[in-house]
Design a binder for this molecule. Structure first.
Ligand code: ADP
Ligand code: ADP
Length: 232
């Protein structure tokens, strides 16, 4: 489903160049929940942003669903990006748009007919449990509700992959739990492949099938969660 080959990312040039990733190889299967864990500065964010080319790798290949993304032109890349949803630590919602309009945003970008937008948004509102809050603005929502909007928006274009960038790091433990349960639900219901990065072991242990440990821009260990984090 997702294959990263020799992924290398160097920020800056010359004396100030910083290598964030060096030669990362990863293989993520369709329908699995794959976690990447590491300390701050390890390269997690760079890694996940390279999967949809929000960050352009310096070297290496990014394969998603049989297509190598780094070789695509702008319009082809845009087409493929629709199949890759993303959610963020700080939700990245439009503050002047309602819950409904935030979720509808990606559909309107692609000129989806009004009736189809309405049908899809209502379906997603029900899925994430926000039907009653459709007319509210982000500032009127709790953190967990904001992330539910983020999840609904990410699912609007029926992606094959959901990228989660520290998606629960701004939430309290109880809310984290409910968001993780929602992600697990969505994974099972749609056979959606989920890639998440986190610095929290608990997140990995609650929902991931496999995990990679990243350190200093390289994968130092990977495998099934139960094998990598075997209790002593
Ligand atoms: P993590 O998400 O694990 O905290 P990052 O991918 O954000 O790690 O960062 C990896 C390394 O790359 C760090 O040393 C960081 O300082 C550096 N880095 C990240 N983004 C940039 C950038 N835009 N410009 C320069 N260096 C960066
Ligand atoms: P830092 O100084 O950045 O905190 P450390 O060397 O203390 O880094 O390592 C911190 C963590 O990084 C370890 O607890 C482990 O999770 C991970 N790590 C580092 N090197 C390895 C390794 N060779 N194999 C597995 N995990 C590693």
């Amino acid at each position: 489903m997702i294959e990263l080959k020799g992924l290398t990312k160097v920020y800056g040039k010359g004396g100030s160049a910083a290598t964030a990733l060096s030669g990362v190889n990863l293989n993520i299967e369709k329908g699995e929940i794959f976690g990447v864990i590491g300390h701050s500065g390890a390269g997690k964010s760079t890694l996940i942003r390279c999967i949809n080319l929000l960050e352009r790798p310096t070297k290496g290949e990014v394969w998603v669903d049989g297509t190598e993304l780094t070789r695509l032109g702008k319009s082809q890349l845009q087409e493929h990006r629709r199949k890759i949803g993303m959610i963020f630590q700080h939700f990245n919602l439009l503050s002047s748009a309602t819950v409904y309009d935030n979720i509808a945003f990606p559909l309107r970008l692609t000129h989806t007919p009004k009736a189809a937008v309405d049908r899809k948004v209502n379906e997603l509102l029900a899925l994430v449990g926000l039907t009653e809050h459709r007319g509210k603005y982000p500032a009127q929502l709790s953190g967990g509700q904001k992330q539910r909007v983020g999840i609904a928006r990410a699912l609007a274009s029926d992606p094959d992959v959901l990228l989660c960038d520290e998606a629960t790091s701004a939430l309290d433990p109880q809310t984290t739990d409910s968001i993780l349960r929602l992600l697990l639900d969505i994974n099972k219901q749609f056979n959606l492949t989920i890639v998440l990065i986190t610095h929290e072991m608990l997140v990995i242990q609650s929902i991931c099938d496999r995990v990679a440990v990243i350190h200093g821009g390289g994968i130092v260990e990977q495998g099934r969660v139960t094998d990598v984090f075997l209790k002593p």
